[in-house]
Write a protein that binds this ligand. Structure first.
Ligand SMILES: Cc1cc2nc3c(=O)[nH]c(=O)nc-3n(C[C@H](O)[C@H](O)[C@H](O)COP(=O)(O)OP(=O)(O)OC[C@H]3O[C@@H](n4cnc5c(N)ncnc54)[C@H](O)[C@@H]3O)c2cc1C
Ligand SMILES: NC(=O)c1ccc[n+]([C@@H]2O[C@H](COP(=O)([O-])OP(=O)(O)OC[C@H]3O[C@@H](n4cnc5c(N)ncnc54)[C@H](O)[C@@H]3O)[C@@H](O)[C@H]2O)c1
Length: 477
């Protein structure tokens, strides 16, 4: 049995840990799929490579109101798909080849599925079925998560990728743009794919159990986005998925639903299940090595990314309430430092974790939503300004976008920031910076130039309004 100084399970953010500083360590990297993990292969990167052409189509379709008429001639789905995965597959293969090359003589890449069988003992099952057991002084668990498959008739893990039934893991590689697609779910993945497929020309039917999309966002943002989405495609609210099967002619997928108008079967070419993701801790059987796991399947870690077992760390989607690549990358840096400097450990900084949804319009947020602030009894003042009140918004004829900031009236510090509108994911960055560095709304608004007439002027305006409202509420108090 081989013994290593360090075993890393998972090559998403896990693969970023080992650098030259580990030259004296014997390291094994265990990976069951392509190198690069979810973000590179089936997540952030390919989705955004589909989102961008979709944004181009949407911009062209919306250009009429700007006095420019553009006609869409063709959407070449296979061409788009091959361009995207030509780059991605090459990247994944290159990352693996690099790790296997003589540049990393101290690193062994073990291709296969890891499963803990005892204390710091991992069985790795290779694609040919052979099993190798390895042990190590230290483990890093970076094995991510996988899509949740709804528990309804006609669906199980084995049905994915066949007969028109897909998750985000498989839908981006399909051969043709579907004429009709049913998207199940109202979260990030559902919203982004509904945008992509509707922009590219599919008829989209989106099913949500509640009355709005993106419920984890600020209520005002979620309501605004839901209204925009409902204007673009067939959004079925308060609708439950009941089952999935083949259509009578066998050429498609029949999606049974129950909604406000009773039961219905919707025929489609594709059903996309976007109903959340779960940690892979069960498949890896992390409890077999004594590591504590929560009821939600998340590996339990402290702020230094240490699990309950000395010498075992975890990072990213398998242990984090934020399933975001920038969080997994941050945690990987913390784990690297703590492996190398056990006497001077550092903690992860989860104070202000931002997120963006790459829809049309884009959405971005950081910190408390207004409903969070109310639920926690936090005193706050709001500044909310429309993109349409700035020159950059006029240029775009934007009538839906806004930036909303929540400020602590006592300290002037930002509590939260939310944006929906053009380039929201970029526009929000000064607010993330302000929160991270403890700058007040007034300082950020007045202490720098804001390029005129650029989109971030909407941020300046929202900050000035929040600062004004803070002073007013302070006077009232
Ligand atoms: C469709 C989609 C779009 C997304 N878009 C964004 C976005 O725009 N921005 C953003 O911040 N985040 C986005 N995310 C989330 C982001 O991809 C994840 O948060 C991030 O990739 C998690 O990284 P990780 O290293 O924790 O896990 P992963 O990248 O999932 O890596 C885990 C690795 O472990 C391997 N593995 C699992 N089990 C085993 C085992 N038993 N043995 C061996 N290997 C194993 C897997 O094959 C995988 O390679 C998106 C996710 C999806 C699904
Ligand atoms: N731009 C980004 O940063 C980005 C993009 C995609 C994914 N992600 C990450 O991936 C994670 C997973 O994305 P997601 O969209 O799958 O999860 P999500 O948690 O955002 O949304 C899941 C949705 O599915 C619904 N749902 C759950 N079970 C259902 C059922 N049985 N029937 C119908 N609806 C059901 C939920 O109500 C919710 O609307 C996200 O939380 C996010 O962190 C991030």
């Amino acid at each position: 049995m081989s013994h290593f100084d360090l075993v890393i399970i998972g090559t998403g953010s896990g693969n970023t840990i080992v650098n030259r500083q580990f030259a004296d360590w014997s390291v094994a990297i265990v990976e069951s799929g392509p190198f690069g993990g979810t973000c590179l292969n089936v997540g952030c990167i390919p989705t955004k490579m589909y989102v961008y052409p979709s944004d181009v189509v949407t911009a062209a379709a919306d250009a009429d109101r700007l006095g420019v008429s553009l006609a869409l001639e063709k959407v070449d789905w296979p061409g788009m798909r091959d361009r995207i995965f030509g780059r991605i597959d090459g990247n994944a293969a290159h990352a693996q080849a690099a790790r296997e090359s003589e540049v990393w003589p101290n690193v062994s890449v073990l291709t296969g599925t890891g499963r803990f069988v005892d204390d710091k003992r991992l069985a790795v099952t290779a694609p040919d079925g052979s099993v190798q057991e390895i042990t190590a002084d230290r483990f890093v668990i970076a094995a991510g998560g996988r899509p949740v498959i709804p528990d309804v008739p006609g669906l199980d893990e084995g049905s994915i990728g066949r007969n028109g039934i897909h998750t985000s893991d498989t839908v981006m590689r399909i051969d043709e743009l579907p004429r009709r697609i049913v998207v199940v779910g109202g979260g990030y993945i559902a919203a982004e794919f509904a945008h992509v497929f509707s922009a590219l020309g599919s008829t989209v039917i989106q099913l949500v159990r509640g009355d709005r999309l993106l419920r984890s966002h600020d209520d005002e943002v979620a309501a605004a986005y839901t209204e925009v989405a409902a204007g673009k495609y067939d959004l079925r609210r308060n609708t439950e998925l009941c089952g999935v099967g083949p259509t009578a002619d066998g050429n498609g997928v029949a999606v049974s639903v129950e909604g406000p108008y009773g039961e219905e079967t919707i025929p489609a070419d594709v059903v996309l299940l976007a109903t959340g993701r779960q940690p892979n801790s069960d498949l890896l059987d992390v409890r077999a090595t004594g590591v504590a796991v929560g009821d939600d399947g998340l590996v339990q870690v402290d702020d230094q990314q240490r699990t309950s077992v000395d010498g075992i760390w975890a990072l990213g989607d398998i242990c984090s309430p934020w399933q975001l690549k920038h969080v997994a990358n941050h945690e990987a840096k913390v784990v690297r430092h703590n492996l190398l400097h056990p006497d001077e450990p550092i903690a992860s900084d989860h104070r202000f974790v931002p997120a963006a949804v790459f829809t049309d319009p884009q959405i971005a947020s950081v910190g408390l939503t207004e409903q969070d602030a109310i639920a926690r009894g936090v005193t706050y003042a709001v500044g909310r300004r429309d993109y349409g009140d700035t020159a950059a918004g006029w240029a775009r004829e934007d009538h839906t976008g806004f930036v909303k900031v929540l400020v602590d009236p006592e300290t002037g510090l930002l509590l939260g920031a939310h944006a929906i509108g053009p380039e929201a994911a970029t526009v929000i960055q000064p607010l993330i910076q302000a929160m991270s560095f403890g700058q007040t709304a007034d300082q950020v608004a007045r202490g720098q130039y804001w390029i005129h007439p650029a989109l971030p002027e909407v941020v300046e305006n929202a900050l000035l309004e929040a600062a004004r409202n803070s002073r007013r509420s302070a006077r009232r108090a």
